[in-house]
Design a protein around this ligand. Structure first.
Ligand SMILES: NC(=O)c1ccc[n+]([C@@H]2O[C@H](COP(=O)([O-])OP(=O)(O)OC[C@H]3O[C@@H](n4cnc5c(N)ncnc54)[C@H](O)[C@@H]3O)[C@@H](O)[C@H]2O)c1
Length: 312
């Protein structure tokens, strides 16, 4: 797709992060938008920003859980009814989970697979007939750097993002064979400054294994976020214009891709070494925090005692 002017794009996860940045940049390029998110507040804020920026762009919104197949198909039909056609779908909505495998609940695993994998499958299948009908269509599925290499404590996320990669690479080859006017791109962002870490689930089994506390796990995750969501969206849209099969975002993603290709099995030993080092640091930090809490608790107990003494 050479340009986005007067095209129609559907974006999932449009209420935050890269989804919002994609909406803003596409609107700036004259693209009409169908925006969806589970979070009604974030979605309304994206709609407000986009309408202020590009009043001539047609915008529709739908609060929706991408893991619900019927809702996704209904939204695809509704998008075509409202906009007359649809040219692009960005299956961008996603969540993160940190958990060991032996401690992982099926509830957590179902949650992430439903959103990160089934959400992409439903979005692809629901929109594909409409994209074909448009004569100029593109599917953009968001995997991750964790669709290129694995890491301990991330099996659920790794599984879904490797699955999105396999699904999308196969999809692209089928579309190439069909010559049906639709193409596909798989996106592999490195660490992007968005809300994903704070919105993630950190299972309690990670505490003491790789992180000092659930919150510290989220904060630690965020330290690796080096690219802005706006820069990431720009890279994605450049990739779509160039009809790239895959888009790597950030020098971290490019380095991880290189490492996994040059050392396809030995990279794991390097990751374990680095994870052990980080876990040791986290545990030291946890012990220090516990000691400080005990001391502070002791001090405030003493103070409480003193105060009681004074009032008595
Ligand atoms: N931020 C990163 O470092 C990073 C790295 C690699 C891949 N990714 C991927 O990029 C994509 C976008 O994430 P982001 O970083 O912008 O995060 P984000 O948390 O800022 O945005 C994700 C959006 O998805 C929405 N969402 C979550 N569950 C949903 C559901 N069931 N149905 C509909 N919407 C739902 C959230 O409400 C949110 O608005 C995700 O697929 C994520 O896995 C992010």
């Amino acid at each position: 797709m050479k340009h986005f002017d007067n095209k129609v794009a559907a974006i999932t996860g449009a209420g935050s992060g890269m989804g919002r940045s994609l909406a803003v940049q596409l609107a700036g390029a004259g693209c009409h938008l169908a925006l969806a998110d589970k979070n009604a507040v974030g979605l309304a804020e994206t709609e407000r920003i986009v309408r202020a920026l590009a009043p001539s762009v047609r915008v529709t919104t739908r609060v929706l859980d991408v893991g619900k197949r019927d809702a996704m198909f209904a939204w695809a039909d509704e998008t075509v009814a409202a906009h007359g056609r649809v040219n692009l779908v960005f299956n961008n909505a996603g969540v993160a989970l940190s958990s060991t495998i032996d401690g992982m609940s099926y509830d957590d695993l179902d949650w992430i697979v439903n959103i990160n994998f089934w959400g992409v499958v439903h979005g692809t299948k629901a929109f594909l007939p409409h994209l074909k009908a448009s004569g100029d269509g593109h599917i953009v599925n968001t995997s991750s750097v964790f669709g290129l290499f694995a890491q301990p404590g991330m099996s659920g996320y790794n599984a879904t993002k490797f699955a999105v990669r396999g699904f999308t690479e196969s999809l692209r080859q089928e579309l190439d064979m069909m010559k049906c006017g639709v193409s596909a791109t798989c996106v592999h962002p490195g660490g992007i400054r968005t809300n994903i870490a704070q919105a993630s689930r950190v299972a309690s089994n990670m505490v003491g294994f790789m992180v000092a506390s659930e919150q510290q796990g989220k904060d630690e995750f965020e330290k690796f976020f080096i690219t802005t969501a706006d820069d990431a969206a720009r890279t994605i849209l450049t990739g779509v214009r160039r009809n790239a099969r895959r888009v790597l975002i950030g020098r971290d993603a490019r380095a991880a891709d290189w490492l996994a290709r040059v050392l396809p099995s030995a990279y794991q030993a390097l990751v374990v070494m680095s994870a052990r080092r980080e876990a040791a640091k986290a545990n030291k930090r946890a012990k220090r925090a516990a000691r400080e809490a005990m001391l502070n608790g002791g001090a405030s107990n003493n103070n409480a005692g003193n105060n009681q003494g004074e009032t008595a």
